[in-house]
Structures are given as structure tokens and as C-alpha cells.
Ligand binder design. Sequence first.
Ligand code: XIL
Length: 403
Amino acid sequence: MGARALAAVIKQVTGNMINGQPQAAHFDCYKYMAAFLFLTFTKEEISMIMRKGCFYIIAVLLIVSACSKSNSITAVTITPPPDTSLQKMMPFPMGASISVSLMQNNIKYNAVVTKEYNSITPENAMKFAALHTAQNTFNFTDADYLVNFALLNNNKRVHGHTLIWHQSLPSWVTNFAGDSAAWENLMKTHIQTVVAHFKGKLTSWDVVNEAFDDNGNLRNSIWLQKLGGDYIARCFQYAHEADPAALLFYNDYGHEYSAAKRTAISNMLTGFKTRGIPVDGTGLQFHTRYNQTDANILAAITAAAATGLKVHISELDIALNPDNIQGLTLTPALAQQQADKYKFIIKTYNSLPASQKYGITTWNVSDADSWIPGTYNRPDWPLPFDANYSRKPAYYGILEGVK
Ligand code: XIL
């Protein structure tokens, strides 16, 4: 066996070792090995080395293997089978918030939603301003479209978002002149009309959204001003009356960066349980960032689980440009950091008891659809699919999180 043949054997064996895809750094190794043999030894010496057989071959393989570890320039990605989807791979429901116009007008978007998710949350179609356009007028067209898509064609769960929030209020509400009884009636009518409309079709609701500020005080919203702090408990009671089977969630953001806020939310929820207020779950929005610490993420998920309620990571996205750098571009290194953060969040969440894992919902599907670039006026890439609806490293990070 000559040096060339030996190099060929090495190439064959190590090529197999790395999933049938020999990589540039490995070919360099083979070349250097062969050159080294030719330059250092005479033909006779080389053939003597060859005769020593296995021992040398094994030694050479070990060296090449070490080279492959230290020099490898491309991470080995094991391509999952083409029919893989998040809904198949996750041991809990996996969802996304969905835009009605994208569902209706973008074929790629519609296909990814259909394939990947078994839970959907309307991004905007069930908000107050979308549904309840005048005091005596409700418009369910868009919301019904999504519910029908989910239930009739695709058997997906629908999570309603959101009944009472300080944003997305129509002007007839913000201008409403009435005493506290009239405000109570307005709030109750909204909740019960909407919940009754979707009764038996929706699995769950975000009943109240973002009622706390980051210091852990009740947000000074129009609802607090008109109705006092216990309005939140009454919202849950009204929703439960309208659909006793629906699971009811309190939803908020910032659990991972404000200990004061997550403590206040936990205190409210455990108080609700003690009082018999019908609450089933806590939603952690998790509009987070690639450099949020793992310790903070762990603390947020742990505190939520300690309430004993179901935990929904309800609006997950991971910003890569939290400092609003206008010229930032998406580098492989940033994409990998994002994948690592997705993996950590999914892994931490997956360690909760099965009965508490209500699911994980990302806030929309692809980077082209995310609310973040428009809202914060900056380039960003927060989601697991890129603007062409191809899977990003973040997608594989999610899969890794449940391995
Ligand atoms: C956002 C939507 O994504 C945007 O399209 C809309 O313009 C504003 O609201 N927290 C929530 C979501 O609970 O409802 C918000 O959704 C994002 C922050």
C-alpha cells in the first residue's frame, strides 16, 4: 500500500465518521499527511511503514481525528427528515401568533403555519379594537376565519388573545363617559359577548394582558382608573361564566428581567386561587433578547411554575438587536447565539411537569412578519424562520431543546 492509497483509506474512513460529508479542514489534513510521508521518507521506508500495518494506520487515524476536532470549519448539521415539524417534535403544543392577512395572501406563510404548529393565537384579530368596533357593534369576520382554519381544516388549538388590555382600545372606549357601573357593564359585556361567541371553539383565553408595570405595581390603565384594582379578578369570573370549559390565563411580559414584577404576578395568582377566582394559567410573553441571562430565564420559568398553574410561553421571540443599531446585519455568530437561547428556553420549559406545560407560542412565524422591526424601527431577526420561510439555526435550537 502506497502513501496515496493510505491517504485514500484515511479519507474514506474519516469521511464516514463525519456523516458522509467530508469537510474542507479534513481534506487539508489528508493532503498534509500524504505530503509529509513523501517528503520525510524514502519509498522503501514508506513501504516498511506500510508493512507495519494496522498499528500505524490506527495511529494516523487518531491524528487525523484530532485534526478534525481542532480544525473543523463547518459545524456538522444532521438534517432532519423533510417531514419534520415543530408540532411533531415538541412534547407539548407548539404555536405561533397568526396574522389574518398573511394567512390569506401569502402562500408560504400559510404552508408553514399549516405544517409546523398545532396551536395558534390570533396576533391582532381578537383584540378589543378589532372585535368590538362600536358600543353595539361586533365584527368577528377575521377572527372567525382563523378559528375556522384552525378547527375545520387543520385541527389546531386556538388560544384567544386578549380580552382586557390597556392597548388596542377603540376610541368609543377611551372616550366613554359613564360612572363605574357603566364601565363595569362595558367590560363585562365585552368579555361575555366575545367569550360566548367562541364558546366550544377556543381552548383558552388571555383574559387580562399586561396589568402590571415593571416595578410590580398595577399599571395605571383606564381599567384600573375606572374600576379599581380588583377588576382583574372580576374579568376572570365574567369569562368563566360565559364559557366554563375555557382555560383562563393572565398574560404579561418582563418576568425574566423584573423580579418585582414576577413576584407581584405570582402573588396575585396565588391569591386568586385562595379566593376561588377561576384562573388556570399564567402566560409569560417572553419578548426577550439573545443576551438575556440563562439565570433570569430560569428564575422566570421557575417562579411561574411555583404557582402550580399551567405555564404558557405565550409570545416568544428573541431579539438580536436590542440596542437598536441601525446598520446591524445578521451574522452566523449572532444566529447561533439566538439558537442557543431558544434551546435554553425550550429545555428549561420542557423540564416542567407535563400537566403544567400548556405550550410555547412564538410571536408570529418569520423575521419578515415580526412586530419588532416595525415597532422599534430597527433591523432585527427574532423568529425561527427567515424572511423566505426557511428554517434558521433558531429552529434547530428549538429541536435541540427537547433532545
Ligand atoms: C402586537 C402585534 O404584534 C402588533 O402587530 C400590533 O401592532 C401591536 O401588538 N404584547 C402583546 C401583543 O400582548 O398583543 C403585542 O402584539 C405585542 C406585545
